[in-house]
Ligand binder design. Sequence first.
Ligand SMILES: Cc1ncc(COP(=O)(O)O)c(C=O)c1O
Length: 464
Amino acid sequence: MNTPDTDKRTWAEPYKIKMVELLRMTTHKERQAAIQEAGYNTFLTRSKDVYIDLLTDSGTGAMSDRQWAGLMLGDEAYAGSENFYHLEAVIGEYYGYKYMVPTHQGRGAENLMSQIMIKAGDHVPGNMYFTTTRLHQELAGGTFVDVIVDEAHDPESTFPFKGNVDINKLDRLVKEVGEERVPYISLEGNVNMAGGQPFSMANLNELHAYCRKHGIPIMLDATRTIENAWFIREREDGYAGKSVREILREICDLTDGCTMSAKKDALVNIGGFFACNDEALYRQAQNLVVVYEGLHTYGGLAGRDMEAMAQGIREAVAEEHQAARIGQVRYLGEKLANAGIPIVLPIGSHAVFIDAKRFLPHIDQDDYPAQALAAELYLEAGIRTMERGNVSAGRDPKTGKNRRPPLELVRLTIPRRVYTQAHMDVVVESVIDVYKRRDEIRGLKMEYEPEHLRFFQARFTPLS
Ligand SMILES: Cc1ncc(COP(=O)(O)O)c(C=O)c1O
């Protein structure tokens, strides 16, 4: 491979800024009113009240000049849009799947896949849950079973491939319920809830051999798999000389299909797809997509969105893009770790995760320490982050109790190509300031709890 200069220099961005979006700086008093109004839930704050928005990397990236130009090529025909065929060709070229159905975003694809593949009483193993993915599995009558390696649940473990599947855990499940009750394994690249942690190619090969033997398809959550490919290139023996593009293809070739939220890796503000190699499965997805999303040649997207996605996929596999992307996240993470802030290690690809259990050891998990810390970071400097702990994990459907997951985290998620190094420095200074006064921070009481995905809309009040 023709190794780019990124391997010898720092992670500077492979672009320059052509247009800026002005931000509003707020006072502490204004932020106090805003967070109170939002019920201490950062999802309910208004973006006009936010200075640095680290809520999510989903749909928040900056598109390139070529992507914006692509919007003008939008073919907004109801059927057979040219942009669909372009996107289909690009997905075939980079991901390698034979068939593709566009969806409005990732959860649209998850809905299709869950409804088609899961029968009531099935068990769906996965390398840790993702909120929407698990809910769709449950709504289809399935039970999610976590088969990720133990290291993933330990924020202090520096194991380089915390996204790996524990084949023994998978085998135990298969023996217990029978392989016919396991419709597929859900394999996520750069596992979000574990801190943006990759699986290794060695583990995927082992999983592939196991699944072939038992007739279990591997369905990839491809949302951040290009970033996973970068880590394989960086960390796994034998991959330093391969390109991200080649590694992505190798991953996909070992799987049977995928769901994709294109709002992350693929650098667009909206979009997703379901893809697979099996024609019968594709026909079902193609049939169902017209019920929930739109005709199978647009799946809830405008033609221009599909064009921007096709271009975004090309840009996402560029080494220099990933070097800057992951370099910026690492810059933030290393500065926080050096200041003694407890974060999840190793630093992942899309976010730095603060370990709220160690940051606020005096707050019980049922008083939602990560939720309280996210509210404090907003109050401190207008930085919007997200809880990824007890609130996100929800209640166990059998016991009705909070799940109290081992990881109680606040996610500082970095949008792609949006913020500067100086913004990252402000984030570091603000987190340190909150850390200095951590003993004064109190937990929260949940006042309003929606039935599904409660973290989006729950409301809280501070405990006295
Ligand atoms: C790993 C993973 N899977 C699926 C999704 C769902 O995608 P979307 O938000 O586009 O519906 C997300 C979104 O954050 C995600 O991070």
